[in-house]
Design a protein around this ligand. Structure first.
Ligand code: MN
Length: 180
């Protein structure tokens, strides 16, 4: 696992994002996080702990709990494990903008193939089975399994941080004040 791309894209001293450290393997539960990120374009960053780093996908529309709504998830560079605790403002530079921890929890990896895997999430908002399917280069689909957690309700309407209870818009205002 390498965090080379993560490091290359950023000025970590300036951005105050977590250091590019690959975690030693440890026993125990695997974590996931979904960060809502007001960058040039709003998106949700879906990250799964794997081999000491966070495998990451950017989801423009955010996740859905409806099995009929397949969400595009663009695979991006691995992030350090500590990134799961990052909430705040990334100053000018790569990924500039506000970030909240939209959801977090543990997960199990139920099935892993080269071009797809299946996970069960135990988050505060996202629950139950999800498939990630690679259909073209770095493009994947995130698809909710048809289980007891499936619903047509829009989960992105739950818009507060599960950590600070703040809305992304509140941080965006702070970001704008700072950059004025
Ligand atoms: Mn992002």
């Amino acid at each position: 696992m390498s965090l080379k791309a993560y490091k290359q894209k950023r000025n970590l001293k300036k951005s105050k994002e977590p250091a590019a450290i690959v975690r030693k393997k440890r026993a125990g539960v695997l974590r996931f996080v979904v960060q809502k990120h007001a960058a040039t374009r709003l998106h949700y960053d879906f990250r799964l702990e794997m081999d000491g780093v966070l495998k990451s996908w950017a989801i423009p529309k955010g996740p859905s709990m409806n099995p009929k709504e397949k969400r595009l998830a663009v695979h991006v560079e691995d992030h350090p494990y500590e990134y799961k605790d990052f909430e705040g403002i990334i100053p000018e530079g790569y990924g500039a903008g506000a970030v909240i921890i939209w959801d977090e929890g543990t997960y199990t990896l139920d099935e892993q193939k080269k071009k797809s895997f299946h996970v069960t999430l135990k988050g505060k908002k996202l629950k139950g089975g999800f498939a990630l399917v690679n259909f073209r280069e770095d493009q994947w689909l995130l698809i909710k399994s048809n289980d007891r957690y499936a619903t047509t309700e829009d989960v992105t309407k739950k818009d507060r941080s599960v950590v600070s209870k703040r809305r992304l818009e509140t941080l965006v205002k702070e970001f704008k004040k700072k950059s004025d």
